[in-house]
Design a protein around this ligand. Structure first.
Ligand code: ADP
Ligand code: TRP
Length: 331
């Protein structure tokens, strides 16, 4: 059976970008593949070295995963730092990861531009740790959003390099995967290209957001003064609003607003009201489940304990084989 792995950093609550970029795809696969889904707490330390309460955020993200429908009976749901094999594979893969290549990472360059006072080695080797998360389970598919495409390229490089160096067919070449073919990029509400946890207030709609919060955020979304000619090409901010609408509204609703855009009768206020309403309809059941599960400490600790056991089983196997291939043997 095919193995599928994905993770999310616990740097805040889950938002619609996380859902449509990663979680939704995972949900579709969990009954047909060997699925592992984890909270990438080590990765969050690269940018958040002093999290106010790492443990609480990890717990919150776990509750949100479960509320989305990740099923611990079929998938392994675990915390990255509960799988020590990942740290050892990371060390081994670092030997075949070239610094020049890592310095060219788009995400590394962006992170050091945003925070030039924290250019740490963990940030540089972020893709090596991510490759370890994936290769430790020999996963074939990795459900992620478009922003993670380059990280998967690094993963394939390391898998290939390892196989080539040791003359083995050991690691597969995993791909960034989306069920609907193209990788997804969910836009933010503030006119910035991407919805993200750390993009500032008003950019992201979180799965835990109450209806009035969603309404406020959506109503403040950046638009323009409207089309002046029939069938005019949409400017980026308007395209973004349509992209968001397509995620949560019916085809008929989208078509209605497409038509009114094309005949210049569109009122963005009405469109935003509709988007907010449909987002709330989408989010409401997940939000209610989050509330329920967040207070269930017993359930969460049972899930991660069992998840870590499953993950460690496959982690131990891969690591011991990798050590043998490299020539590390005990006397
Ligand atoms: P964030 O960008 O909010 O910090 P992460 O970097 O932890 O979130 O991303 C976790 C997962 O969610 C990744 O698979 C990532 O590709 C996906 N993701 C995050 N934001 C978006 C987005 N705006 N569109 C599509 N996928 C996204
Ligand atoms: N880098 C991913 C992100 O920021 C999170 C992540 C860490 C991940 N390890 C992974 C995703 C392994 C998929 C597989 O979104």
């Amino acid at each position: 059976m095919e193995t599928v792995v994905s993770g999310i950093r616990p740097t805040g609550n889950l938002h619609l970008g996380n859902y449509f970029g990663a979680v939704k795809n995972f949900l579709k696969m969990q009954n047909d593949a060997n699925c592992l889904f984890f909270v990438a707490d080590y990765h969050s330390l690269t940018t958040h070295p002093h999290p106010d309460n790492l443990n609480a955020t990890v717990k919150q993200v776990l509750a949100e995963y479960l509320a989305c429908g990740l099923n611990p009976d079929v998938s392994a749901i675990y915390v990255q730092s509960d799988l020590p094999e990942v740290a050892e594979l990371f060390l081994l893969l670092n030997m075949i990861a070239y610094t020049g290549e890592l310095e060219r990472s788009v995400s590394f360059k962006e992170k050091i531009r945003k925070d030039p006072d924290n250019v740490n080695a963990g940030l540089l080797t972020y893709p090596v740790l991510m490759a370890s998360d994936i290769l430790i389970h020999k996963a074939a598919k990795v459900p992620v959003g478009k922003d993670q495409e380059q990280h998967l390229e690094y993963t394939r490089n390391y898998a290939n390099r390892f196989n080539h160096l040791y003359g083995v067919e050991f690691f597969p070449e995993p791909v960034a995967y989306n069920f609907g073919v193209n990788l997804v990029k969910v836009p933010g509400l503030d006119g910035s290209g991407k919805m993200g946890k750390s993009e500032g207030e008003g950019n992201a709609v979180f799965l835990k957001d109450e209806p009035d919060v969603i309404r406020k955020k959506v109503m403040r979304a950046v638009t323009d003064s409207g089309p002046t000619e029939p069938n005019q090409k949409k400017p980026e901010v308007i395209e973004n609003l349509f992209t968001l609408m397509k995620l949560v509204s019916s085809d008929d609703t989208v078509q209605h607003f497409e038509d009114s855009y094309n005949n210049c009768s569109i009122r963005y206020g009405d469109m935003k009201k509709q988007v907010a309403e449909d987002m709330n309809i989408f989010v409401a059941p997940i939000r209610e489940k989050i509330k329920e599960i967040s207070s269930d400490d017993k359930l969460i600790s049972k899930v991660v304990k069992e998840g870590a056991e499953k993950a460690r089983e496959s982690g131990r196997k891969t690591l011991s084989e990798a050590r043998k291939i490299i020539g590390i043997r005990s006397f």
